[in-house]
Design a protein around this ligand. Structure first.
Ligand SMILES: [Fe+2]
Ligand SMILES: [Fe+2]
Length: 371
């Protein structure tokens, strides 16, 4: 008796694709918490984000590097990156938001152009970055030599608006490049985004670092404490990245990040080791020491080199992107060090005691302070 081949069974019907339910009207939209306003511009952006009408605002009278404009610009960019609490995803392309953003971008860009020298010599613009000063006195030098957990936590909070979305602003550059420059930029980005492994995404490694230091790694958690000088270093990436006309400056900005990363990462790893930090804290920096030594070369030779071979007319923009990035970084370092020299917090206020206690307990693992 021959066995009867089993009859093919009717395939179970594929489950209907599930369309996520729209949140019921009036229910809070999830996302990063919105910060408090810092003046009329940030109040206007917050109002539009929440769905209100844009009030008339005077950008011309605002300090382009001040707290109000820099927070307003940061918030105007955020819907491109992450969900914000109470903000509809559609707000990303709301003409009212874009109309508020444009004059602020122009004011910021003008301030940057006024702050740094003109010129199209990219090699000269890069030169100061390639030499490590023997008597360095930046923030990472200070932390390595005499950093306490308190200062380390402040540093991590300053870095969090960028590092928790590390390399996202630079990803805008991908469609704006071609050939070798595009291929090489994506090779660098592949590492930044974890080389195919979610747990190795650099933003995730930074979140692990924050948690190991007893901080809350939730996106946007500390935004109220982050001053304008820090926000400007992030806003410049979004400004350059989101405008194709500024692609040269975006490439210059990315090159600075990669070139300055390895020595700084080495110092930060030593600073954390000196404090007895957990391995997951140090890993973020050790990962960058090796990876960015390669990235630096790739960015200079293959990304900037190939971009300028194709579009030599972008040299002045590339040099501007490099100089503006360095200028903003140095300005940030000066403000942080001045605050620490005076014994003040470099943030807009002190970290909550809960964060401090958690750091001392979790980071050292034995309840002793790590200072
Ligand atoms: Fe990275
Ligand atoms: Fe890198």
């Amino acid at each position: 008796m021959t066995e009867t081949a089993p009859r093919p069974q009717a395939r179970p019907a594929a489950p209907a694709a599930r369309v996520p339910d729209a949140p019921p009207q009036g229910a809070p939209l999830p996302g990063a918490p919105l910060p408090r306003e810092r003046g009329p511009l940030s109040a206007a952006v917050l109002r539009v984000l929440r769905g209100g009408a844009a009030p008339a605002v005077d950008v011309a009278g605002a300090d382009p590097l001040g707290e109000d404009l820099q927070l307003a610009l940061y918030l105007a960019y955020e819907p491109h990156y992450r969900a914000l609490e109470g903000v509809a995803d559609e707000r990303e392309w709301d003409p009212a938001l874009l109309a508020l953003r444009r004059p602020m971008e122009q004011a910021f860009l003008e301030a940057l152009r006024a702050a740094v020298p003109d010129g199209d010599d990219v090699t000269a613009a890069l030169e100061p970055l390639l030499v490590e000063p023997v008597d360095g006195h930046g923030v990472s030098h200070r932390l390595m030599r005499e950093g306490t957990w308190e200062l380390m936590r402040e540093y991590l909070v300053h870095r969090s608006p960028y590092q928790l979305k590390e390399s996202d602003p630079q990803a805008w550059l991908i469609p704006r490049l071609e050939g070798q420059a595009k291929a090489s930029l994506v090779a660098v980005a592949y590492d930044e985004f974890g080389g195919g492994r979610g747990e190795r995404v650099h933003a995730r490694l930074f979140a692990d670092l924050m948690e190991g230091a007893g901080l809350d790694s939730s996106y946007g958690r500390y935004l109220d404490l982050v001053p304008a000088a820090t926000l400007a270093t992030v806003n410049v990436m979004s400004l350059f990245g989101l405008h194709r006309s500024l692609r040269g400056a975006a490439a210059g900005n990315f090159a600075v990040i990669e070139i300055t990363s390895p020595p700084g990462a080495r110092r930060m790893a030593r600073a954390l080791e000196r404090l007895g930090a957990q391995e997951r804290c140090v890993r973020f920096f050790t990962e960058h020491i090796e990876a960015d030594a390669v990235h630096e070369q790739v960015m200079r030779r293959d990304v900037l080199g190939d971009l300028l071979d194709r579009e030599p007319g972008l040299a002045a923009d590339v040099a501007f992107g490099i100089r503006a990035t360095v200028w903003l970084d140095e300005r940030w370092e000066e403000q942080v060090l001045a605050a620490w020299d005076d014994g003040r917090p470099s943030l807009r206020g002190p970290l909550a005691p809960a964060d401090r206690d958690a750091t001392d307990r979790d980071a050292t693992g034995d309840g002793a302070t790590g200072d």
